[in-house]
Design a protein around this ligand. Structure first.
Ligand code: SAM
Length: 394
């Protein structure tokens, strides 16, 4: 509890926790040219050209194949529960024109199970992919899945907003595609012990990076009532944020709240009975809010998306898949701001220097179609936005 209280006084980005620092792995025979810049806040990203098969979060060099590090099982390829990348055809269609040329580079800022990454590598034989994920288990799974593309893929354990440091370390000046498939992955939700799901009883954890300090348990048991109210209202869009926060503070005074089941029960009891009967599990919004807080999700997106846009070459394209209105609103704001002419109002003609840097490739947010929803109900909340750079970077 003491440690968690101290965390509350740190800036948000540190509260969200950056446990292990950036880690990268490249195949020794065909690496990106190395850079060597220090990581943010003076941290030097941890680079290993080779790693043994047990070192999570680092790609394994070709020599490791013999040790069995790359052996793929069918269920791993599809992912637990038959993971299907969301809006895959549309992602391929939009990014395709930007990635066709040999040597094109695409950043997948949310590698997850590597589903989108695998399809992009398969579709573009000249493509080099940089895959980023903060979850070491995601890096490990994708390392297996992407083994057939080992020479063209570099997987990095990092938070997406460390993108500028990652690119600098790899000696990459510009990229031609960037993909953000935000939020949690199927294994994170399905592995009960990770504490993301209200449908299982598990320790209140919710960390994407298990090495970071802040957990959902520390948020629930140490944040003030006011802070809890703000998080539930802003990140969960919970109408009854103040009531839920009050209940949490009352209940934790008796016994600390340490499990998903107890949290879900307290939230349920705090929501008025009439509302409880509508709109699914009443704990859903609280769990979403805590997850966003624990992982600093919106803060990371707020920095990572502009960084990706800055790195795009002319003709380069970005796709953002978001899963709740806060993410989608943020993606929209960032993309729309770059597609505006910024000439001062009232001028007879727009100033050339103020022309937009990007054009939108989607009209509003696109949704998955009926077929996809029938195959993959988890795609239901997906919203896709995309843009293309149309002017040289300065
Ligand atoms: C929806 S999944 C991606 C699924 C992936 N596109 C696929 O096809 O398998 C989201 C992934 O992004 C990761 N993630 C979420 N926020 C992140 C961040 N700020 N930095 C790095 N990884 C992040 C999560 O750990 C998770 O593995």
């Amino acid at each position: 509890m003491g440690a968690a209280r101290q965390l509350m006084h740190l800036p948000r980005c540190q509260v969200a926790g950056r446990a292990a620092g950036t880690r990268m792995g490249t195949w020794p025979d065909e690496p990106f040219p190395g850079g060597g810049v220090p990581g943010r806040r003076g941290r030097k990203p941890r680079i290993r050209e080779r790693a043994d098969a047990t070192d999570h979060g680092v790609l394994q060099g070709t020599a490791m194949a013999a040790k069995g590090g790359w052996i793929m099982h069918a269920e791993e390829r599809d992912g637990p529960g038959g993971h299907v990348p969301v809006m895959l055809d549309r992602v391929l269609e939009i990014l395709g024109p930007a990635l066709a040329a040999p040597g094109a580079v695409c950043v997948d800022a949310n590698l997850g199970l590597g589903g989108h990454a695998e399809a992009l590598l398969a579709a573009h034989p000249g493509l080099r992919l940089i895959g980023i994920d903060r979850d070491p288990a995601a890096i490990e799974r994708s390392t297996g899945r992407l083994a057939p593309y080992a020479r063209r893929a570099t997987l990095v354990r990092a938070v997406s907003d460390e993108l500028p440091e990652v690119l600098a370390r790899l000696g990459v000046d510009e990229v031609h595609g960037a993909l953000f498939d935000l939020g949690v992955s199927s294994p994170q939700l399905d592995e009960a012990a990770r504490g993301f799901a209200y449908s299982y009883d598990a320790p209140l954890d919710m960390r994407m990076d298990p090495g970071q300090e802040l957990t959902a348990e520390s948020v629930v048991n140490s944040y003030s009532e006011g802070e809890l109210t703000r998080i539930l209202r802003d990140y969960g869009e919970e109408r009854f944020a103040a009531r839920v926060a009050r209940s949490l503070v009352r209940e934790r005074a008796a016994v600390p709240i340490t499990t998903t089941k107890r949290l879900a029960e307290i939230v349920r009891a705090a929501i008025p009975a009439a509302t409880r009967r509508t709109g699914g599990n009443p704990a859903k919004r609280t769990f979403q809010a805590l997850r966003i807080e624990v992982n600093g999700e919106l803060i990371a997106l707020e920095r990572a998306l502009p960084a990706a846009l800055d790195a795009l070459a002319v003709g380069g394209r970005v796709v953002v898949l978001s899963y709740h209105s806060l993410e989608d609103r943020l993606a929209k704001q960032v993309l729309v701001a770059r597609t505006r002419d910024t000439s001062p109002p009232g001028l007879p003609v727009p100033l050339p220097a103020h022309r937009p840097w990007f054009r939108l490739l989607t009209r509003g947010a696109e949704l998955p179609d009926e077929d996809e929803l029938a195959r993959n109900p988890r795609a239901a909340s997906a919203r896709l936005r995309a843009a293309e750079r149309i002017r040289e970077r300065e």
